[in-house]
Design a protein around this ligand. Structure first.
Ligand code: PMP
Length: 413
């Protein structure tokens, strides 16, 4: 098997470091991957495949951190976007796509009566907290420990340059641990505005945790009893687990839901939706952004949602994800390697048992990248509808090879 090299990527990264803080910031930094074993820049993508600046081709299991649900450059989505682009994208007033997408979303997402748009997931998770605070007149926001809800100050995982006061009223409990939540509810009685949960727990560098049977019923009972707004951050799972929202997949009944990532197959848009009761508070909170009104991503979102429904995308990606999971688990077993493969099959997280510093995972994923399979050592992967049988079979071949190399590495370790 050909082993890739990344000369041009690292030349460009060296230049970027001179021009741009950290060269590449956030989770796309090469320092978050296996430094030296991954490319730093892509040039193009089609379906489930992407190409880097050195001309190497990959089967991509990160899908732009989840945005590419149908695959890169889906022709129908791109045509819808192009059609709108010819009419114009950014105007002084919204276009008629504004209402069209609102109708589509309200019809699509179970139990939600209104929608507002933004660009990034962080825009709408922050808006959700302000709506909950405005609605209740309370201060506290409860999140899940180690969950990622965005990059804004109230929930940022980085603390440099962020005064502590921004998160002074944010507290957390571990996913599924209603006992811990009850302690917080007692401690901050009458002052909790909202609880924000992801549909299941998908923190970085940790096994994913699915909700146990009693989690949502108990959580909802507490919210109802205490007058707390239940917010679901469906930004990562949304449109992958269930076409009507991940709360349907897990049988939950949130008051407010945040979407982003996959809703327009890579075009930049996020959305917040809520029940009627929360619309007055949403109307009183200041919320806007120059690009929130752009029409091209709205056209792309409608095309994406149409395809999700028409082509039964959720069923297809589930089958693909299951094939990948079963293939990887059986190869690991044959090789006598103990792995944890957790979460929903369309967005799994894999790591090796007893690899607490993730060094084996970094090695394994780095080798996979050098052999044309783009996985992530610290973050869950994503399956998209463009992953073909051939893609998955080839992936399993490469994974088998990389498991072998990892086993040798374990002996050295
Ligand atoms: N919530 C969740 C669950 C996410 O996965 C992310 C992004 N990884 C966000 C919020 C923030 O979204 P964005 O990066 O678009 O601001």
């Amino acid at each position: 098997m050909k082993i890739y090299s990344f000369d041009k990527s690292y030349q460009l990264f060296a230049e970027a470091q001179k021009l741009i803080p950290n060269g590449i910031y956030g989770p796309r930094s090469p320092f978050f991957l296996t430094y030296g074993s991954y490319p730093c820049f892509f040039t193009r993508g089609k379906g489930s495949h992407v190409w880097d600046v050195d001309g190497n081709e990959y089967i991509d299991y990160m899908c732009s951190f989840g945005t590419n649900l149908l695959g890169m450059c889906d022709p129908e989505v791109d045509n819808a976007a192009l059609g709108q682009m010819k009419l114009g994208d950014s105007f002084t007033l919204p276009t008629d796509r504004w209402n069209e997408l609102a109708r589509t979303m309200v019809e699509q997402i179970d139990g939600m009566d209104w929608v507002a748009y933004a660009k990034n997931g962080s825009d709408v998770t922050t808006y959700a907290t302000t709506i909950a605070r405005q609605h209740t007149g309370r201060r506290k926001i409860i999140t899940i420990k180690d969950a990622y809800n965005g990059s804004h100050f109230w929930c940022s995982h980085g603390h440099n340059g962020v005064p502590e006061e921004y998160s002074a009223h944010v507290h957390s409990f571990e996913f599924n641990r209603i006992d811990q939540l009850k302690l917080l509810v007692d401690e901050f009685k009458g002052d909790i505005a909202g609880i924000m949960v992801t549909p299941h727990h998908h923190a970085a560098m940790a096994d994913q945790v699915l909700p146990n049977e009693s989690f949502y019923p108990e959580l909802e009972a507490i919210c109802k009893q205490e007058g707390i707004v239940l917010i679901m951050d469906d930004i990562r799972c949304g449109f992958r687990l269930h076409a009507a929202g991940s709360h349907c997949y897990y049988g939950a009944d949130p008051d407010i839901i945040c979407f982003g990532k996959a809703m327009a197959n890579g075009y930049p848009i996020a959305a917040i939706m809520g029940k009627t009761d929360f619309k007055p508070a949403a109307e009183m909170v200041f919320f806007t952004g120059t690009h929130f009104f752009a029409a091209v991503p709205m056209a792309a979102a409608m095309a994406t949602i149409n395809i999700i429904n028409r082509d039964h995308i959720i069923e297809h990606i589930y089958k693909k994800g299951l094939k990948l999971k079963e293939g990887i688990e059986s190869q690991a077993k044959d090789m006598g390697l103990e792995i944890h493969y957790t979460g929903h099959p369309v967005m799994p997280f894999m790591r090796f048992a007893n690899d607490d510093d993730f060094s084996l995972n970094r090695f394994f994923c780095g080798e996979a990248a050098k052999h044309g399979i783009f996985l992530h050592p610290h973050h869950n992967w994503f399956v998209c509808n463009a992953h073909s049988e051939d893609d998955i079979e080839h992936t399993l071949e490469v994974v088998g090879e990389c498991f072998k190399l990892t086993k040798e590495k374990m002996v050295e370790k």
